[in-house]
Design a protein around this ligand. Structure first.
Ligand SMILES: NC(=O)c1ccc[n+]([C@@H]2O[C@H](COP(=O)([O-])OP(=O)(O)OC[C@H]3O[C@@H](n4cnc5c(N)ncnc54)[C@H](OP(=O)(O)O)[C@@H]3O)[C@@H](O)[C@H]2O)c1
Length: 318
């Protein structure tokens, strides 16, 4: 059986702020079958995670592209792989059957052929909406969890500043902090007005002058979890120059991390988050667009601060 598969690609490399006109919708004939003897799995896309890091893959060059497999450069005209939730529609792999719900690396399209099943896992929705499994129960949530607990190691009474708090990772952190309201306090803004006692922990999603301001207001032995620098992704001239005298004399630690390096925490993260969700301790903020055609606007909107909460595209009906 064959279908018409719609997918989104870039027309050419994107080296500044992305525009919807940089993207192209392609339609191709697509087989809903696998060759006999292959391990391929064909997946129908249901929900896709829309993530800022993809812009660094779309550049003609970014130092990020040589660091980890999911950050490799995107070739104009080709399908763009992305984290999502889907349903298996054909499988040559003994571990997957038609009808299985899966999460993993699929693509910015309606259907994908997944060749390495290490990139795909069977999904137990645990009674939650499928969209949660591309956001709060997936990498956005894990990023906040690993960055906060593994890198920042918060102690009772410490002052925590989170940038881009209305976004996906930031909002998850704001939720975690409200779960820890007795021990932590947070506020928006990296200056003395909001932090008269200084900042102990800065969870940086933004980079540039926000990082400079946070470092200038940090306390002795402050920790910065460098999660992302979204304001620098589309404008390299904004690169941060924190005062290194502060870093040295206040013995501040600035440490970059990738959630993918903390998969060992996934089981703990998942059960803790599910428990918080069941008990109503986490308020999930999602911003969901419909259909493959909406992907370019959804992605471009990340860099215009259009989204409130996790940006998701529901590609097809369940
Ligand atoms: N290290 C990791 O493993 C990892 C994993 C996931 C994400 N990240 C990083 O975490 C950061 C947030 O990602 P996300 O998935 O949570 O995206 P997101 O917050 O859902 O979407 C982007 C948000 O970033 C803020 N923003 C956009 N352009 C900005 C600019 N020029 N200056 C200041 N703020 C800007 C806006 O939030 P406001 O409206 O609140 O300002 C916007 O809503 C990104 O830097 C991303 O690359 C890192």
């Amino acid at each position: 059986m064959e279908v018409l598969n719609k997918y989104i690609t870039i027309k050419a490399h994107i080296n500044g702020a992305p525009h919807e006109s940089d993207f192209e919708l392609k339609t191709v004939t697509f087989p809903i079958s696998v060759e006999s003897g292959s391990n391929d799995v064909v997946v129908k896309s249901l929900y896709l995670s829309i993530d800022p890091y993809q812009i660094n893959r779309m550049k003609s060059y970014s130092s990020s592209q040589n660091t980890i497999s999911f950050a490799v450069g995107i070739v104009p005209g080709e399908a763009i792989d992305a984290f999502g939730v889907g349903r298996v529609v054909a499988s040559g792999h003994p571990g997957f059957e038609k009808g299985d719900l899966v999460s993993g690396m699929i693509s910015w399209g309606e259907y994908s052929i997944v060749k390495g099943t290490s990139m795909l896992n069977k999904l137990d929705p645990m009674g939650f909406p499928l969209s949660y499994h591309v956001g709060v129960l997936a990498f956005s949530g894990l990023t906040a969890y690993a960055g906060f607990f593994e890198l920042c190691k918060p102690k009772k009474g410490e002052k925590v500043f989170v940038s881009a708090a209305s976004g996906s990772v930031g909002n998850r952190l704001a939720n975690m902090q409200s779960c820890l309201a007795a021990t932590l306090s947070a506020a928006l803004g990296a200056n003395k007005r909001y932090f008269p006692d200084g900042i102990d922990i800065y969870f940086d999603n933004v980079g540039a002058e926000m990082l400079e301001a946070a470092v200038a207001n940090m306390n002795m032995f402050g920790r910065v979890a460098a999660c992302g620098v979204i304001s620098e992704y589309t404008d390299a001239a904004k690169r941060a120059a924190p005062n290194m005298i502060d870093v040295v004399y206040k013995r501040i630690t600035i440490r970059g991390f990738l959630a993918a390096d903390h998969m060992n925490l996934f089981a703990d993260f998942s059960s803790a988050t599910a428990d918080h969700l069941h008990k109503g301790r986490i308020h999930v903020l999602e911003d969901i667009s419909q259909c493959v055609e909406s992907i370019p606007a959804a992605f471009v909107g990340l860099f215009r601060c259009d989204n409130v909460g996790k940006k998701i595209v529901q590609v097809m009906d369940e």
